[in-house]
Design a protein around this ligand. Structure first.
Ligand code: 3UK
Length: 508
């Protein structure tokens, strides 16, 4: 992949369609009650860029925090930040003041653009943060709100002439343990992810209508719901609320063709597809955590669609191992995305042969650059990014996910991957969701314990425990069966749909 030395991703993803391709009138973004063409988004981003420079004093290289649910205004603010050569620090809508303050301090955020409806926690954070000079609000009818200021500005803006390797994104990992880590990405990284996975795996076309649930502060959402559709001149639907039922209704309403969400959401949606017209849907992408074979099958049986699984990471910006629908192999994540290389390594850094479980190592046009964090040394070794996942490669070169390396369960001398036991449990019709962890045991070191959410109409009793244990023993090696099963009404998950195993462990 070659990029010119000077590159601004807003020029390539947004202005290009209006100025070079003469496609300004094409539909770009929709939300309830709103339809923006590429020209509309460009004009809005340009006006906000003027607000940033003239009213707020943002300079190239400044870090600008974004806070808001998925909306076209959030996307317009993101492009405005790119246009002025600043760095977008997008944050999850549910973050509280303390977490926002950590992000502001760590990333040395000087300015913030915030959905007025989420102002409170950021105000509390600002009171503790000396770096943060100004907070401006959008979705507000105040006279000093972003919309009012923007309306008074010209609709054209000359983008700052950034270098391809100027930083433009600081994305924070969710940080299940310890302080959240900021990862830096350049303008060329943004263009690199658009050039790798979409054309080789997703194969979107300009007529596609993208939709999904991941927040734009999660790079899965930024890529899937903004960058990828715009890289081919397609359109996107941005939903503030995208719980499974709302997402299904929106797919039908907007006649969406490409959906991005997490495995658990597909599982929940599969149970309700009958109530909705999903005939427009063409491609369904699953990422964030492993896609169990049972969930893939459930979705295929209920919609006829073969899902596209892909593993990505904030550190690598987007998906690096995946597969097309034709190459789908239940239980496997796929093969390295063209442009990326991947292998499985021993703890000593030796490349392991097929069939052996080890550490996933990835190399490609994007990679990890932690912002001032000593954990960089643990993540990147000799140019290989170590994602913290245990994988094996099967005889046909497919990468098969095992577990997060620190989640491997060691019981009676056996290594057991919790997700494999979860996948076995999820194949049982009574199981809605489950999570498997290792819990300390005097005799075996650890034992396998499953937390199970049952579908309505099933009894949480000893007979069900026995049924599920026997069911698992019938499909995986018997030593992996969950010796303990606890029923729960729900499981702890992050805003990105990931099971929080550490919370299950803490609850013991
Ligand atoms: C896990 C998966 C198995 C894996 C992400 C797509 O999830 C994303 O980024 P995060 O930084 O987490 C990274 C970690 O999540 N994971 C993600 N996808 C899969 N495990 N199968 C999968 N398909 O442990 C990985 O190391 O939150 C996903 C695009 C962009 C992203 N940032």
């Amino acid at each position: 992949l070659q990029f010119p030395a000077r590159l601004n991703c807003a020029t390539e993803l947004l202005d290009r369609w209006v100025e070079r391709e003469g496609q300004g009138e094409r539909l770009c973004m929709q939300a309830p009650g709103l339809r923006w063409s590429y020209a509309d988004l460009q004009a809005q981003a340009n006006r906000i860029a003027h607000v940033l420079v003239q009213d707020l004093g943002v300079q190239p290289g400044n870090r600008v925090l974004l806070r808001g649910a998925n909306t076209p205004m959030l996307a317009a603010c993101w492009f405005a930040i790119m246009k002025v050569g600043a760095i977008a620090v997008a944050t999850m809508p549910l973050l509280r003041a303390k977490e926002l303050a950590q992000v502001i301090d760590k990333a040395q955020v000087s300015h913030a653009l915030c959905d007025a409806r989420l102002a409170e926690e950021l105000n509390l954070a600002q009171a503790q943060c000396a770096d943060l000079k100004s907070v401006a609000h959008y979705m507000s009818d105040a006279a000093d709100g972003i919309e009012a200021r923007a309306a008074a500005k010209p609709a054209s803006f000359l983008n700052v002439d950034t270098a391809a390797d100027d930083c433009c994104i600081i994305a924070f990992t969710s940080g299940t343990t310890g302080q959240p880590k900021g990862t830096m990405h350049f303008h060329r990284d943004v263009m690199a992810i658009c050039a790798c996975w979409p054309p080789h795996v997703l194969k979107p076309v300009a007529a596609d209508i993208f939709i999904g649930s991941p927040p734009l502060a999660f790079t899965f959402g930024l890529g899937g719901l903004v960058l990828f559709p715009m890289s081919v001149g397609a359109s996107t639907v941005l939903l503030e609320k995208a719980a499974p039922d709302a997402l299904l209704a929106a797919i039908a309403q907007y006649r969406a063709t490409v959906c991005f969400t997490a495995p658990t959401a597909y599982r929940a949606m599969a149970a309700q597809v009958k109530q909705h017209d999903l005939s427009s849907l063409r491609k369904c992408v699953s990422a964030g955590e492993a896609l169990p074979a049972a969930t893939r099958k459930l979705w295929k049986d209920s919609t006829g669609i073969e899902m596209i699984d892909g593993i990505g990471a904030t550190e690598l910006l987007h998906i690096f191992i995946s597969h097309t629908e034709e190459q789908a192999r239940p239980g496997a994540t796929g093969k390295p995305v063209p442009g990326y290389q991947a292998c499985v390594m021993s703890d000593e850094g030796q490349v392991l042969p097929a069939g052996q479980v080890g550490k996933l190592a990835v190399k490609g046009p994007t990679g990890c650059r932690y912002l001032a964090d000593e954990r960089q040394r643990g993540y990147v070794m000799k140019g290989w990014n170590l994602t913290g996942d245990a994988y094996l490669i099967d005889a046909d070169g497919y990468f098969v996910y095992q577990a997060r390396t620190d989640d491997m369960i060691i019981s009676g001398g056996y290594n057991i991957a919790g997700p494999e036991v979860e996948a076995a449990l999820l194949a049982h019709p009574a199981v809605a969701e489950c999570g498997v962890i290792g819990v300390a045991d005097e005799e075996r070191g650890q034992i396998v314990k499953a937390f199970v959410v049952l579908r309505p109409g099933h009894a949480e009793d000893g007979a069900m425990v026995k049924t599920l244990q026997d069911f698992v023993k019938a499909t995986v090696a018997p030593y992996k069966y969950p010796r303990a099963i606890e029923f729960r009404a729900s499981l702890p998950r992050t805003e990105t749909g990931k099971l929080q195993r550490f919370k299950l462990k803490q609850s013991m």
